[in-house]
Design a protein around this ligand. Sequence first.
Ligand code: FE2
Length: 307
Amino acid sequence: MAAFRPLFIFKISENTYRTIHESGTACLGSSQDRTGSPEGVIDIKVLFIGDIVGSTGRKALKASLPELKSKYNPHIIIANGENAASGRGITSAIANEFFNWGIHGITLGNHTWDNKDIFEFIDDEPRMIRPANFPPGTPGRGYTVIKANGKQLAIVNLQGRTFLPAIDCPFRTADDIVETLRQKHKCILVDFHAEATSEKIAMGWHLEGRASMVVGTHTHVQSNDDTILPGGTAYITDTGMVGSKEGILGMQRDAVMYKFKTQLPARFQVDEGKWQFHAVCVDMDEETGKARKIQKIRMYEDEWRMD
Ligand code: FE2
C-alpha cells in the first residue's frame, strides 16, 4: 500500500486499532498500490489547477508554482482562469502573466465574457479555451491541443446547465468533440465547469474510458471523491480554488453574508487574506491515454501541506 501512507493510528477499543491513511492519491486497479510506472509505459503528468480567484489567487499561483514544479515535475500545467481578474473573467495581461509563469493552457467558464478585453484576444490565443457548448458562432474555441516538454494533451472546456444558464447540451457536445479528438489524440483533459455535483458525476461516467481526466471546476471547494474510473478516466467533482482562505469562495465575507441575509444587491470584491491553493496531479499512460493516478493537492499560505 505504498500510495496510502498511514498518518495516525487510533486505539478504538482494547484490541482494535484504526489506521487513518493519507488520502490524496487514487490509482487505477483494485489494489491502489501502483505508484510507479510499469516497465515500458510512457507517462505524461498533468497538473490541473482549480479556479484562480483575483489578485489573491494570482499571488498564490506565483508563490506555489516553483514548489509544485519541483515536487511533481508535471509535463503540462493547465489552470482555470475564469475568476482571475477581480473574480470575474480574465484579461490579456493576466493570461500572459500565467503563461510566463509556466501555465501551458487556460480554461474558462460562466465568467468568460465579464471583461470586455477578452473579445480583443480570445480568437488569437490558441492556449485559452472557453466552454465548447456556448452557442455556435461564439468567439474563441472550446478545445485545443497543448504541446509542451515533448508531450501533447488535448484539452476541452464544457459548462453545466443545472443552476447555470441554459446553453447547449454539454453531453452531446462532449460526444462530438471527444470522438473527433480521439482520432488523433490519446490524452484528453476535460474541465467541466458546473454547479451541480450530480451533473459533474454524470459527465465523469459519460466520458469514462474516452477522456483521460474529467475535472470539475466552478464550485471552488475541493471534493474528496478523486478516483480513477474503471475505464481509466481520472475524476474529481471539484478541483477546488486558488484564492483567499477566509473569504467566501474567494470574495470578501461581509458582502456575501449581507446579500444572503438581506437579499439585497451587494458588490462582491476579492478578499485579500491568506491564500489557499487546490489542484490535482494526474499521471497517465501516453500510449493508451488511460489515467493511472490522481493526486489531490491542497496548500495553505504559511502552512504548506502537500499530500
Ligand atoms: Fe464559474
